[in-house]
Write a protein that binds this ligand. Structure first.
Ligand code: GAR
Length: 205
């Protein structure tokens, strides 16, 4: 099973949905959550994970230089030997010091089309601009801000959503389902690559 490290800074609703999916849902037998990590020691999501018996770790980022904090965070996470680092409301721009040890294995969810909107407050952006729809995006993380290769997108119908809360409610429901499904597909595709590599090396012998 793929070892997931989930990173968050706040509420943790995506983390909870993924944890649930590993126990009883689409990620069952495919993945396990080996740690939930936060740069905010008092993040609600960290408490929620701990209450469910999930290993948790934190390292305060406040007052630290980005590269130094990221190097420490990466070293801490490496102790858990994650196959995938899953950003779920991890509200930090991550630097090469963090990306390099996990290159190609960091995944993020963004509550908009990353070609149209990057960074924070994507639901406010959709609401303020009265968009009829928005597109939740799951993507691999590279060194830019929300620029990595897109793995999956799903449209959320926002027509008639007349409060920001309603926009978020509709969006999060899609996020929770799309993130688990996309990770399941990613893990299966990596397993296929690994097993066909094993086939090739066996037939070479
Ligand atoms: C989610 O909407 C996630 O897509 C967003 O933060 C929220 C976290 O909620 N992430 C970003 O905006 C990243 N740029 P959660 O803590 O309940 O999962």
């Amino acid at each position: 099973r793929a070892r997931l490290a989930i990173l968050l800074s706040g509420r943790g609703s995506n983390m909870l949905a993924l944890l649930e999916a590993t126990k009883t849902g689409i990620l069952k037998n495919l993945a396990e959550v080996v740690v939930v990590f936060s740069n905010k020691p008092d993040a609600f999501g960290l408490e929620a994970a701990a209450a469910l018996g999930c290993p948790v770790a934190s390292l305060p980022s406040q007052g630290r230089k980005r590269e130094a904090f990221d190097a420490d965070a990466a070293a801490l996470l490496q102790q858990y030997q994650p196959d995938l680092v899953v950003l779920a409301g991890y509200m930090r721009i991550i630097s090469p010091a963090f990306i390099q040890p996990f290159a190609g294995r960091i995944v993020n969810i963004h509550p908009a089309d990353t070609h149209q909107h990057q960074g924070l407050h994507a639901y406010e952006w959709a609401f303020d601009n009265k968009l009829p729809e928005t597109k939740i995006t799951v993507h691999l993380v590279d060194e830019g801000l929300d620029t990595g290769p897109i793995l999956a997108q799903q449209t959320v119908d926002l027509r008639g959503a007349d409060t920001l809360e309603e926009v978020e409610r509709r969006g999060l429901a899609v996020e929770h389902e799309l993130y688990a499904r996309t990770l399941a597909e990613l893990i299966k595709s990596k397993q296929n690559v690994m097993s066909s590599a094993a086939e090739t090396s066996r037939s070479d012998e």
